[in-house]
Ligand binder design. Structure first.
Ligand code: GLP
Length: 235
């Protein structure tokens, strides 16, 4: 977890779990506990949830076991990242997955989605992110991690001061995410993402990783130096 960049480098709490199911279980409980604590304190909470294979079981647990554990209607959800160049009604859009698996079943109605049209400009994305900052910034960010250490779609080399913007996806990300698409050539080459400044300033961050292909990135994120070459080290 991080309390803003001034505390970057503070060691994270690391929980090692037996397997993917146990990790999802414990992380779902931690997310619910965190959301409940923030709601008790201020009556509303601003969260950003990433989309990917890692979080699927956790979202399933929120929809079932934890559907009535907190007042989800008081949660404001901000999209973390999105592909560009997909058709507007594509079911591969992260927005579509978030609505189907998280916000609709939980009854979260205050949802801030990216303008992910092909002609979107960095200026519009910065304005989107500015509205999130104006609401007080993120209380909780829920992350997976890329094989190369990316969070959101902030690929290695992203500035820790970066804002929301259009990005080109790294080769390793295109390859990893091709499993979600009918074929590798259908994976969009471009995306939009919240920047590392806003994500790094989240008052609480929870990052899940599972599988041997994440080992090197996780090891570096926990034990290595804070560096823009490993974006997850911003939290
Ligand atoms: C994806 C997403 C990230 C996610 C990460 C892990 O590309 N843009 O937000 O945290 O990479 O994804 P997965 O859980 O599918 O491995």
């Amino acid at each position: 977890g991080g309390d803003g960049r001034e505390l970057a480098g503070r060691p994270p709490t690391v929980l090692v779990c037996a397997d993917y199911a146990q990790m999802s279980d414990r992380a779902a409980a931690a997310v619910v506990e965190e959301v409940a604590a923030i709601l008790a304190r201020k009556g509303r909470t601003l969260v950003s949830f990433s989309v990917g294979g890692t979080l699927e079981t956790l979202y399933g647990l929120l929809r079932t076991r934890y559907r009535h554990s907190v007042d989800w209607a008081k949660v404001v959800l901000v999209q973390m990242d999105e592909y560009l160049d997909l058709p507007p009604d594509s079911s591969y859009r992260n927005s579509c997955i978030l609505i189907e698996k998280v916000t609709a079943p939980l009854g979260i109605r205050d949802v801030h989605l990216f303008d992910a049209e092909a002609d979107v400009t960095d200026a519009r994305l910065v304005a989107f992110e500015g509205r999130i900052s104006a609401l007080g910034g993120l209380d909780l960010a829920l992350h997976g991690i890329g094989r190369n250490g990316h969070i959101g779609f902030n690929e290695p080399g992203s500035s820790f001061q970066s804002g929301a913007r259009v990005v080109a996806l790294a080769a390793s990300t295109l390859e990893a995410n091709s499993r979600f698409f009918p074929s590798a050539d259908l994976v969009p080459r471009r995306a939009v993402t919240l920047g590392l400044a806003l994500l790094g300033a989240a008052r609480s961050s929870i990052l899940l990783a599972s599988g041997a292909d994440k080992h090197a990135a996780v090891r570096q994120a926990i034990l290595g130096p804070t560096t823009e070459q490993l974006p997850a080290t911003v939290i």
